[in-house]
Ligand binder design. Structure first.
Ligand code: ADP
Length: 260
């Protein structure tokens, strides 16, 4: 609220500088509070939707279903919503653990070129009817000290998105090499791309470019937040370059195990 700002009479003197610092701190606090407020609203909304579906289906089932097959169908659908809620809660727990510095990485020597090869292989099974061409190139084999399961999840998320957001017949290419002591893994797709306005936000929790389409795809909008969190926990970083209707390139950097 701007009315709480201190008026700065002389920006050069000590009081003026103090007031400027105060205003600055106030603004950052306000932004932080707004983010928390927005986040709680998003969580409530994301959990309310599956609950509403669960309630509606259960009520309809209790009133109208008679045959065992009808009940089975209902349970199947209910399970989908329950799984969705569990996934949201599991992801949120991981994110808040990471925020509190409580994310425990299970470190071991990880042959990244091998791990990514495995994920690429699995990504070919996600949506075979789409006929995507998924290429994998290792320009340089790389090894890191990392948490195998979480790194696997990182690349599953990136490949899963590449498959999800690339239309039938498109191409995806994954390249592994190294630069300046970092293993570099690029996931390049020829998909829908991301508008420049959305690009800075896609790593935010629950942020999606196309909300309506996303739910049908089974996305929960937490994949990239987790991806970035896991990468940063390894001392790495992730970058993205994208152009609508052309495609996206997600590049992951992870500190390489030194060969001593
Ligand atoms: P989800 O895919 O579950 O919606 P993510 O956190 O993985 O959530 O991604 C956030 C948003 O970023 C997606 O909703 C989508 O709009 C956009 N996005 C992510 N990866 C890609 C990609 N490879 N191509 C185009 N858009 C993408």
């Amino acid at each position: 609220n701007l009315s709480h700002r201190l008026e700065i009479v002389n920006p050069q003197d000590e009081i003026g500088r103090l007031a400027a610092t105060f205003n600055d701190t106030l603004e950052r606090l306000e932004n932080a509070f707004n983010r928390i407020r927005q986040f709680s609203a998003d969580v409530s909304h994301e959990l309310r939707t599956p609950l509403t579906i669960l309630r509606g289906e259960t009520e309809v089932g209790l009133r109208w279903a008679k045959e065992p097959e009808e009940f089975r169908e209902l349970f199947r659908s209910n399970l989908e919503e329950i799984n969705r809620m569990s996934k949201i809660i599991e992801c949120l727990l991981e994110l808040s653990r990471a925020e509190e510095g409580g994310l425990k990485l299970e470190l071991s020597d990880v042959d990244l070129s091998e791990l990514v090869a495995e994920v690429v292989q699995q990504s070919r099974l996600i949506d075979p009817e789409k006929g995507l061409k998924i290429a994998y190139t290792v320009d340089q084999p790389v090894a890191v000290t990392g948490d195998w399961l979480r790194l696997r999840q990182v690349f599953m998320n990136l490949l899963g998105n590449a498959v999800k957001y690339t239309p039938a017949g498109g191409e995806i290419s994954v390249v592994v090499d190294a630069t300046g002591g970092f293993a570099r893994i690029s996931v390049i797709d020829s998909g829908v791309g991301i508008p420049a306005d959305d690009l800075p936000n896609i790593f935010e929790r629950f942020y999606r470019v196309d909300k309506a389409r996303n739910r049908a795809d089974g996305g929960i909008g937490l994949g990239l937040s987790l991806t970035r969190t896991f990468i940063e926990a390894h001392g790495g970083k992730i970058e993205v370059v994208s152009e609508p209707d052309k495609g996206s390139v997600f590049t992951v950097y992870l500190p390489q195990t030194s060969r001593t």
